[in-house]
Design a protein around this ligand. Structure first.
Ligand code: HEC
Length: 130
């Protein structure tokens, strides 16, 4: 017969990870020779400025979902918001660069000019899934 004395199990439960939602860093691609990657540069811009109204938490303003390129390319309730290779005629670019009818709407954090240029570059290069 053996006696096991002093045996103790300590269970530590870590809850620190549960509520962590970190935004991905936005990769700068504004330089002349840079190519803008949708995954590294464009989606993170939408995640920072747009998806809380367009796709996240059950909210889909104007029927426009900006949580993925696939959803973006399927447009809003009114139709397409991106014209491939033509930012001037893309409703999305028209709205983010329009001071009188802006996106994000007034009283929301304004999108940085550098990011507006990066989105224009990505559209000009064909709005591809890169
Ligand atoms: C505070 C909520 C909110 C945020 C943040 C927001 N939007 Fe919107 N967005 C709306 C609402 C509401 C509408 C519909 C009314 C309108 O067109 O002004 C809309 C409409 C749009 C439209 C027009 C769709 C169409 O077919 O006419 C585009 C494009 C758009 N948003 C893009 C964006 C982008 C890109 C961002 C981020 C840079 C953004 N929005 C951030 C609320 C928001």
């Amino acid at each position: 017969m053996r006696l096991l004395l002093g045996m103790m199990i300590v269970i530590t439960t870590s809850c620190t990870e549960i509520f962590k939602t970190e935004l991905l860093p936005i990769k700068d691609c504004a330089g002349d020779s840079d190519i803008c990657s949708y995954t590294d540069s464009i989606q993170p811009i939408f995640d920072m400025y747009c998806t809380r109204c367009h796709g996240n938490q059950g909210r889909l303003d104007a029927g426009l979902d900006l949580t993925s390129r696939f959803a973006l390319m399927s447009g809003s309730v009114k139709g397409q918001v991106i014209v491939e290779s033509d930012s001037e005629n893309s409703i999305l670019w028209q709205r983010i660069s329009n001071e009188s009818n802006p996106m994000p709407p007034v009283d929301n954090p304004m999108i940085h000019e550098n990011y507006i240029n990066m989105i224009a570059k990505w559209i000009h290069a064909g709005a591809i899934d890169n």
